[in-house]
Write a protein that binds this ligand. Structure first.
Ligand code: ADP
Ligand code: 5GP
Length: 219
């Protein structure tokens, strides 16, 4: 499951919660050259590496995809993903639109793409500032990049507006579980799949694509 959004829309908050609820899911820990933030843990949130170490991994062909985002390099190692899929586990990727495009091209049958939208741009800004983990100059750069990221919303199968956290989480959970197990209730699955399918439909009925178009200024 590939989850993308502009910085600050809430994808870390939402995916962490899903990971803590569902043990068959694992998080793809990316490699990055950006500095570690307060509260982050090396090898849990990212593998923090130097530009030289990153380059060596590129040369050795170890990345499934890698990209420049906000002037830093980010990449997804291929081997842990292959291992997880071979063991019947599912993987969550928190990557930008470039990573999303590359990963879904590499695993076209397995991929599920979800885009998290902010309620509006002012809220996005205040969440980034309230997170207070980046320098104000970096926050300005991330905001300028937000529209660029938002413009790729239509490449994603599901759009979720993260207005109310509980609602957004309920939809994300339903999107994942119905893709994993289908929409018809089964005795071997401890989730009410029919109800979850209705949650996914109700989300579509709110027309999140129209919301995304408004955010990027085309409607
Ligand atoms: P991202 O991973 O997309 O950059 P985060 O998950 O780090 O975003 O969220 C950015 C900030 O917004 C965090 O401080 C988080 O606690 C807060 N936040 C996330 N979702 C909501 C929400 N629905 N309502 C209010 N605050 C939220
Ligand atoms: P942050 O620095 O806020 O953690 O992440 C910045 C952006 O980089 C986010 O959009 C995040 O999804 C993206 N990102 C994180 N890891 C990867 C990765 O491995 N590949 C790509 N392409 N993007 C990534």
């Amino acid at each position: 499951m590939i989850v993308s959004s502009p910085s600050g829309a809430g994808k870390t908050t939402l995916t962490r919660r899903l990971l803590s609820e569902l043990p068959q899911l694992e998080f793809s820990v990316s490699y990055t050259t950006r500095p570690i933030r307060p509260g982050e843990v090396d090898h849990r949130d990212y593998h923090f590496v130097s530009p030289e170490q990153f380059d060596e991994m590129v040369q050795r062909g170890e990345f499934a995809e890698h990209a420049w985002v906000h002037s830093n390099r980010y990449g997804t190692a291929q081997a842990p993903v292959e291992a997880a899929l071979a063991n019947g586990r599912d993987v969550i990727f928190d990557v930008d639109w470039q990573g999303g495009a590359a990963l879904s091209a590499r695993w076209p049958l397995d991929s599920l793409k979800v885009f998290i939208l902010p309620p509006d741009l002012k809220t996005l800004e205040s969440r980034l500032r309230q997170r207070a983990t980046d320098d104000p100059k970096i926050i300005d750069r991330r905001l300028a990049k937000a529209i660029e990221e938002l413009e790729h919303y239509s490449e994603y199968q599901h759009l979720i507006v993260n207005d109310d956290l509980e609602r957004a989480y309920t939809v994300l959970r339903a999107v994942y579980l119905t893709r994993r197990y289908g929409t018809v209730d089964r005795p071997d699955v401890p989730f009410a799949l029919g109800d979850l399918a209705r949650v996914v439909e109700a989300n579509r009925a709110t027309a999140p694509d129209a919301h995304a178009r408004r955010l990027v200024g085309r409607g």
